[in-house]
Design a protein around this ligand. Structure first.
Ligand SMILES: [Zn+2]
Length: 203
């Protein structure tokens, strides 16, 4: 609840967007996940449901997030302890700019050390970009395939939609959101400089 309200205040989960989950029991899998259509600025404990590994609600009232299948796919494939998803302006712009490349490289930044297991700024982080869809089982299957093809990545962008990241704990995952948001903003703000350098080189 605290994380959801914090993300709302940063403008990362406006208009009821974004969804958050945490594993409350690994086996059998039980996931606490935000209900669909909730204003994250007034997120409250009753807006968080407990579901099983197929997305069936076991505790709480309401419908789990529309994107539940993606959360379940990430947790099952990577053994993540938490998954956070936001619709931020920078993730939307970055996913637009690099959609044709299928992803974007983030490298050379001190802030990369905030991603689990990264020890130096001299790290090359590939952030895959997946085409958006309203068919959630198809989208969950694509996310699974892309994560299998790109082992070790810390996040994934849905094109013109938003960012997914995960971690072993909720605290790690919150940090990943903050790190990616910083890096995505830097990257998008650098685009005019990169374009300028390219045109100077072309001359
Ligand atoms: Zn979304």
């Amino acid at each position: 609840v605290e994380i959801g309200r914090g993300f709302y205040s940063r403008g990362w989960a406006f208009g009821t967007s974004g969804n958050f989950s945490v594993v409350v029991n690994p086996n059998p899998l039980r996931l606490a996940i935000t209900a669909t259509g909730i204003d994250k600025g007034s997120l409250a404990p009753q807006h968080i449901l407990e579901i099983n590994d197929t997305g069936r609600v076991l505790r709480g009232t309401g419908k789990p997030s529309n994107e539940t299948l993606i959360h379940l796919a990430i947790v099952k494939l990577l053994g993540a302890g938490a998954v956070l998803h936001i619709h931020s302006v920078w993730s939307t712009l970055l996913s637009q700019a690099y959609a044709s490349a299928g992803g974007v490289v983030l490298e050379g930044h001190e802030m990369l050390k905030g991603l689990a297991g990264v020890r130096s700024h001299d790290h090359r982080e590939w952030l895959p970009i997946v085409k958006n869809s309203q068919d959630m089982s198809q989208l969950a299957a694509v996310v699974t395939r892309v994560l299998q093809e790109n082992p070790g990545v810390h996040g994934i962008l849905l094109q013109e939609h938003g960012l997914y990241t995960w971690g072993s704990t909720l605290a790690d995952t919150k940090r990943h959101i903050e790190i990616f948001e910083f890096l995505m903003e830097v990257r998008v703000r650098s685009l005019p400089i990169e374009r300028h350098e390219q045109s100077v080189q072309a001359l």
